[in-house]
Design a protein around this ligand. Structure first.
Ligand code: GLN
Length: 482
């Protein structure tokens, strides 16, 4: 696979008129059409993208274009865009049109990005394979019989298959990082409260964050720079200054990196993923970094704590889909009670229903202390222990996922087995810290593998600078992990 050009490189060509933005958009539209079987896009905004391209090329020619001029981007179908449909890949919001735009969308448009369409995902972002989407699974471009990962599966495949330059996904417990790793692209989950959630269809509000999926660290940094920062519509966003991430201002020097010894011995770790990880440890050491094992004895609790808390929050967030306010209403509804019951029974898919039921259970009077309150305490322990490790080390390193992309339809019927696949991504989500997945070659079957680095709260600058420095070192593992 040839390398991904960065937006900077494209902008140079557009400014010199060696490339013409309407042609770039036309090429993407044609590729989207040719690669329809991937099922990455739920809708393509063709006419709008074409006219935006003309308008923005003109601004480029006049030297008045924004920082994202030339970027053709797709957005996950849980990010609202005024006057456009948004469904969270659910029947319950099928054909729903958003009356307003998410803050991240406004920021993209202000900087002259072209939004080319909305991207398939797991229903309400619940899942890790894109198979819970009402509109069907997304296919992995490395092997179309394999899943894309999820929940931002369409976003990862759209970048992987060059259907657009970059994408915005959302990450609650790994949904940007894990599909990025399955598809050989870069995925960044920012610190919780770094990016506005205004206009994002909520799954679990104390975890949800928007993050970029890109072909390079350079573009991930630029996108974060544009979308991050305070927002009058979301009071949880931090007022921490937004540095110029894309200038990569942090010193190269040797870093102190911890890896979790329990992670290397965790059940279900694919042998080739393990080999890739061990090889990266050696390569990073050879490049002068200090890489050491640390003990993290809470690893077995991260998945249970994450699922108890996110299901509880989801059960509350999804109460608004009641067949009355907006969205799907059952044709069989005859009174208020049947409107609620039938609309919700018919409108939600089975994974979403499972989570609403379990979430309602853990919040119910007799069980609140035993499950929800206890999970909150475990979350605090996980956060404190993670902070403790990061007080001594610059980064924590793990594989992004315990195994590469699996075959579509092959996922276990046991949800607990599926949830355990999130073991490496949910730690950063529970702790609220930034984490990035970087491509690290393919396994012997040609499936991409990813490696994850966790950084300190609000220190995306360090994480991105380091990622940029080692990007090529990691990619050097291509086809060479065993
Ligand atoms: N797989 C995890 C879940 O199903 C993560 C999803 C996400 O980050 N949106 O909850």
């Amino acid at each position: 696979m040839e390398g991904f050009p960065s937006l900077k490189q494209i902008q140079t060509l557009l400014t010199g008129r060696e490339m013409y933005l309407p042609d770039v958009v036309a090429d993407y539209l044609q590729r989207i059409e040719e690669r329809k079987e991937l099922n990455a896009f739920l809708e393509v905004f063709s006419d709008e993208a074409r006219s935006a391209a003309l308008r923005i090329q003109d601004k480029i020619d006049r030297g008045t274009a924004g920082r994202l001029a030339g970027m053709v981007i797709g957005i996950k179908d849980n990010i609202c865009y005024a006057g456009h449909k948004v469904s969270a890949s659910s029947k319950i919001l099928d054909n729903y049109t958003s009356p307003f735009s998410a803050t991240v969308v406004d920021r993209l448009l202000e900087e002259d990005a072209i939004i080319i369409g909305r991207l398939n995902c797991d229903e309400f972002a619940m899942g890790a394979s894109n198979e819970s989407s009402y509109y069907g699974p997304v296919r992995n471009d490395a092997d179309v019989t394999k899943v894309s990962g999820g929940s931002s599966g369409g976003a990862a495949v759209a970048v992987q298959a060059r259907l657009c330059h970059a994408a915005l996904g959302t990450d609650t417990g790994g949904s940007v990082r894990q599909p990025a790793s399955f598809c050989g692209v870069v995925g960044l989950k920012p610190t919780y409260a770094r990016v506005s959630r205004h206009g994002i269809i909520s799954y679990a509000s104390s975890f949800d964050q928007v993050g970029p999926i890109t072909g390079s660290v350079q573009d991930a940094a630029l996108l974060l720079e544009v979308i991050a920062g305070p927002d009058k519509y979301d009071s949880t966003v931090s007022s921490h200054a937004v540095p110029a991430y894309s200038d990569f201002q942090h010193a190269k020097g040797p870093k102190k990196i911890a890896y979790l010894s329990e992670a290397l011995h965790s059940e279900g770790l694919d042998p080739e993923v393990k080999a890739m990880f061990e090889r990266n440890i050696l390569n990073l050491k050879a490049a002068g970094h200090l890489v050491e094992p640390v003990s993290f004895d809470l690893l077995e609790y991260v998945v249970p704590a994450y699922y108890i808390l996110t299901m509880a929050e989801a059960s509350s967030n999804l109460a608004r889909y009641d067949g009355v306010h907006y969205g799907y209403r059952s044709a069989e509804a005859t009174d208020l009670e049947t409107t609620y019951k039938r609309s919700r029974s018919e409108g939600f898919g089975s994974e979403v229903k499972r989570r609403i039921v379990l979430g309602t259970f853990v919040l119910s009077a007799g069980y609140y202390d035993a499950y929800y309150a206890k999970a909150q305490k475990v979350r605090r322990l996980i956060r404190d222990k993670t902070d403790e490790i990061l007080a001594e080390y610059d980064f924590i390193m793990t594989p992004t996922a315990p195994a590469p992309a699996f075959t579509i339809g092959e996922a276990s019927d046991d949800p607990v087995v599926n949830y355990l696949a999130d073991i490496f991504t949910v730690q950063a989500s529970l702790a609220g810290i930034p984490a990035i997945s970087l491509p690290s070659g393919n396994n012997t079957a040609g499936l991409p593998l990813g490696i994850q680095f966790l950084g300190k709260r609000f220190e995306e600058g360090e994480l991105l600078s380091f990622s940029k420095n080692i990007e090529e070192l990691l990619r050097g593992n291509l086809n060479n992990v065993v």
